[in-house]
Design a protein around this ligand. Structure first.
Ligand code: HXC
Ligand code: NAP
Length: 290
């Protein structure tokens, strides 16, 4: 079991808005922020889920959690969240763009609306939140920070999750662009690209039914395991804290080496046995060239 990395007061006095903060990885990161002394505003569409999560997170950490319903596709709803957060906590210091929508499908089976839905949640939602917070930070001279959760297929693209790949690629570009443009205001923008971290939301939509066994992510990762939520929470807490004050425009991968294994042309030689290597070595040492 992985432990918390930062000292107990690392986020003391900071207020952090976490989209999709009531479930999965958003909840895990929010819980750790609370343990480190932050106030956390969790938002998503389902108020009942948020309120239950907020009650449990407060009981677990003793921190202050505000649960506010918000669909990140609607800019006005984000402005309302910002206003209520400022009323409750005085100011907002960080934004974690974590909310996402995704499902697997051959692209030609998708309706135009299905494609747009994922783009609207992931890319437009991250843009909407960043824009609202950026305007507020610049107007109030606050050195805020944005942390975006993308995926490793934002680098490579991926078949069967094409709307998500397009949207996450856009968020990657948003990260680097804003890092440069808003750096002069003291606003840092970074991203994390996680590999597989089991959550109900992702596994139900990406590995439904028997697929979870047939397409076991563990086998795709050089470290032969999936990620622990606390491992991601440690990295996220560092990146929203002042300890990472000179990190700006970075995309940090936390995936046990998964995407590089997929990219390396010879990585599939993992399947070669010792006996086979003995033969191969004879052949390669004997090669004289032409
Ligand atoms: C094809 C689908 C579909 C599916 C929905 N649609 N599900 N098409 N296959 N499985 C179509 C619908 O028919 C509709 O198009 C359009 O998409 C919008 O659907 P709604 O249900 O009305 O949308 P909405 O209620 O807004 O829900 C959004 C959602 C849903 C994305 C479809 O899955 C959701 O709420 N997801 C949030 C949580 C989530 O996805 N978590 C996983 C993140 S994991 P028509 O044309 O019929 O109107 C992740 C991990 C990446 O990103 C990496 C992992 C290793
Ligand atoms: P999850 O639990 O399904 O999280 C998605 C969250 O987004 C939910 O809380 C959902 O809440 C919220 N959301 C969806 N649509 C929204 C909208 N329109 N407005 C506001 N909130 C919305 O899945 P997860 O695995 O924790 O994913 C969290 C993040 O990690 C995502 O960005 C995902 O792409 C990324 N990620 C996950 C993995 C993994 O292995 N799990 C790997 C790489 C990247 P509501 O339904 O209540 O709105």
């Amino acid at each position: 079991m992985v432990k918390g990395m930062l000292r107990d007061d690392a986020l003391q006095g900071k207020t952090i808005i976490v989209t999709g903060g009531g479930t999965g990885l958003g909840r895990a990161m929010s819980t750790y922020f609370l343990k480190l002394g932050a106030n956390v505003v969790i938002t998503s569409r389902k108020l009942d889920v948020l309120q239950k999560a907020a009650t449990e997170m407060q009981a677990e950490t003793g921190g202050r959690v505000l649960a506010l319903p918000c669909d990140v596709r609607n800019y006005e709803e984000i402005e309302a969240v910002l206003q209520k957060s400022v009323e409750a906590f005085g100011q907002v210091d960080a934004l974690l763009n974590n909310a996402a929508g995704n499902f697997i499908s051959p692209t030609e089976r998708l309706s135009a609306n299905a494609f747009s839905t994922v783009i609207d949640i992931v890319l437009k939602g991250s843009v909407n939140c960043s824009l609202a917070l950026g305007k507020y930070w610049i107007a109030n001279k606050i050195a805020g920070t944005i942390l975006n959760i993308i995926t490793t297929y934002a680098f490579t693209g991926s078949a069967y999750v094409v709307p998500s790949a397009c949207a996450k690629g856009g968020v990657l570009s948003l990260t680097r662009s804003l890092a440069v443009e808003w750096g002069k205001h003291g606003i840092r923008t970074n991203a994390i690209a996680p590999g597989p971290f089991p959550t109900k939301g992702a596994w139900e939509r990406l590995l439904p039914g028997e697929m979870a066994q047939k397409f076991d992510f563990k086998n795709r990762v050089p470290l032969k395991r999936v990620g622990e939520h606390q491992e991601l929470a440690n990295l996220a807490a560092f990146l929203v804290s002042d300890f990472s004050g000179y990190i700006n425009g970075e995309i940090i991968t936390i995936d046990g080496g998964e995407w590089l294994q997929g990219a390396g042309q010879f990585s599939a030689l993992e399947m070669v046995t010792k006996d086979m290597w003995d033969n191969i070595e004879k052949m390669t040492r004997g090669a004289k060239g032409s």
